[in-house]
Design a protein around this ligand. Structure first.
Ligand code: NAG
Length: 234
């Protein structure tokens, strides 16, 4: 999901920059703040409520049988192989390679995502956790409540407009959609999705979440989907 997470916009930025220099003497322009891709990305990632997510996952992992079953499924050997298959998609490999280079050029590295790692402890932090979990649906509701999906999408788009490198990043993320569709159409991925469904996961909701966050969809609600339309998981 960390991929989560982007050249028309870059071209527009360059275009407006160029036209500004030709219509006004350079010295007369207010100094534009220099943008740093690594710092921009880092500040977006800081908006992900990491601690809250960590607590939520911990509460459910320790106390909720439905959630535990989903985590076991995610950790099954077949799912591990599926994850390798996903990471091996040429588009995704190219994006990660480009991302790694750009992060190094701006003084960072892919370690910028390490802050999102979850550290799960074995004992409940609060005793009430034992009673407040409510199945996979409860987890999904709480996650959707704490994760700022629309504001993170806005931050991604605003940064893409303000910085050419970020614009290129966003363009590349948006261009991943066909690879994503191709991957989920494979028999192995379909089997996995069906297993998740059997375990009660709202697969359509999850798919909407990914598509909205990564700029492949603009609708504000999954209910807009036409369920007869044979698209992705539908
Ligand atoms: C979403 O909106 C943006 C900006 O308005 C537009 O460039 C993009 O093509 C739209 N994407 C989809 C999938 O409609």
């Amino acid at each position: 999901m960390q991929c989560t997470i982007i050249a028309l916009i870059a071209i527009c930025c360059l275009g407006t920059g160029l036209s500004a220099t030709t219509t006004a003497p350079i010295a007369a322009r207010p100094a534009a703040p220099a943008r740093n891709f690594y710092l921009d990305l880092k500040s977006i990632l800081r908006n992900i409520p990491h601690k809250q997510i960590e607590h939520l996952v911990q509460a459910y992992l320790l106390n909720d049988a439905e959630f535990q079953a989903v985590i076991r499924e995610i950790n099954a050997l077949t799912t591990y192989r599926l994850r390798l298959q996903l990471l091996n998609q040429p588009e995704l490999r190219q994006l990660l390679q480009w991302l790694s280079q750009q992060l190094i050029l701006s003084g960072g590295s892919l370690k910028v995502f390490d802050d999102l790692d979850l550290e799960i402890k074995v004992f409940n932090k609060y005793p009430h956790w034992a009673q407040t979990v409510n199945g996979i649906t409860g987890f999904e509701q709480e996650f959707n409540y704490i994760y700022p999906l629309t504001s993170i999408r806005k931050l991604l788009e605003t940064n893409a407009q303000e910085s050419p490198v970020f614009g290129e990043f966003w363009r590349r993320v948006v261009a991943l959609e066909p690879a994503y569709d191709r991957f989920w159409a494979t028999p192995q991925a379909t089997t996995f999705v069906n297993r998740l469904r059997t375990l009660g996961v709202d697969v359509n909701g999850l798919d909407y979440f990914v598509r909205y966050q990564l700029g492949w969809r603009n609708d504000t609600s999954p209910s807009y989907y036409d369920y007869d339309y044979n698209y992705g998981f539908y």
